[in-house]
Design a protein around this ligand. Structure first.
Ligand code: 13P
Length: 248
């Protein structure tokens, strides 16, 4: 899967144009799943722009309750049926907005409860990596998500995105070896904890048209969660092509 996280970018018209450009890259039955994550107010018009094509539509966040007095929040029940995916635990939510592991877990559970595919983002900060605690942090974040659900979700119902915080928006990509090592660890940890096959594991953090092929060639990396480069159709097209080559 190659997923474009647009973050808090694009006007609604730019979002529609970008969605159309992404749609043009994709044909039904292609070997790579492609997804876009526009800002909340653009989800509905982007749904229209994507039409019945194969591009999946995702929300960048979700709230854990279904309805009620939660000003500003959007629930999974509001997205279910016309959105395909939801992203939870992005590092910008964890670190800029103070979202806890437990809150991410509740969001994970809410998305699954409503039949949305959920991408759980995990990743260590630069200090945590330097302190040698990368795996401890990743395991804690994964365990918090999995403890929020009664049963481990079926493999196809969710994905993990490994996004080292120090590599997001910095131009400092994890090396393919570093990314592959952590993605392999995620796979093993989930398989051990759930006694089920691990879901697909994506890498995110300064993925570009120039480094995507090498990242996607690694055995444990099943695709990418793309920030900045997903706003540029030419770049995003090259990243999708790199994933398609790697999948063949
Ligand atoms: P960049 O690709 O801009 O580093 O962002 C990665 C990311 O956070 C995707 O969710």
């Amino acid at each position: 899967m190659v997923a474009g996280n647009w973050k808090m970018n694009t006007t609604v018209l730019e979002g529609i144009a970008l969605a159309r450009a992404v749609s043009e890259l994709c044909t039904p039955g292609m070997v790579v799943e492609v997804a876009v994550f526009p800002p909340f107010p653009h989800l509905w018009p982007v749904r229209g722009a994507l039409g019945v094509g194969p591009v999946l539509l995702g929300a960048q966040d979700v709230f854990w309750e279904d309805s009620g007095a939660y000003t500003g929040e959007v629930s999974a029940s509001m997205l279910a049926g016309w959105c395909d995916l939801v992203l939870v635990g992005h590092s910008e939510r964890r670190h800029l907005l103070g979202e806890t592991d437990a809150e991410t877990g509740r969001k994970f559970a809410a998305g699954l409860r409503h039949g949305l595919g959920v991408i759980v983002a995990v990743g260590e900060t630069g200090d945590e990596r330097d302190a040698g605690s990368t795996f401890t942090v990743i395991d804690r974040q994964l365990d918090a998500a999995l403890s929020a659900v009664d049963e481990p979700p079926p493999t196809g119902a969710w994905l993990v995105a490994y996004e080292p915080v120090w590599a997001i928006g910095t131009g400092r990509t994890a090396s393919p070896e570093q990314a592959d090592e952590v993605c392999a660890h995620i796979r093993d940890h989930v398989a051990e904890r759930t006694a089920a096959d691990a879901p697909r594991v994506l890498y995110g953090g300064s993925v570009s048209a120039d480094n995507a092929a090498e990242l996607f060639s690694r055995a444990s990396i099943d695709g990418g969660l793309i920030g900045g480069a997903s706003l540029r159709p030419d770049q995003f097209a090259r990243i999708v092509a790199a994933a398609a080559n790697a999948a063949r």
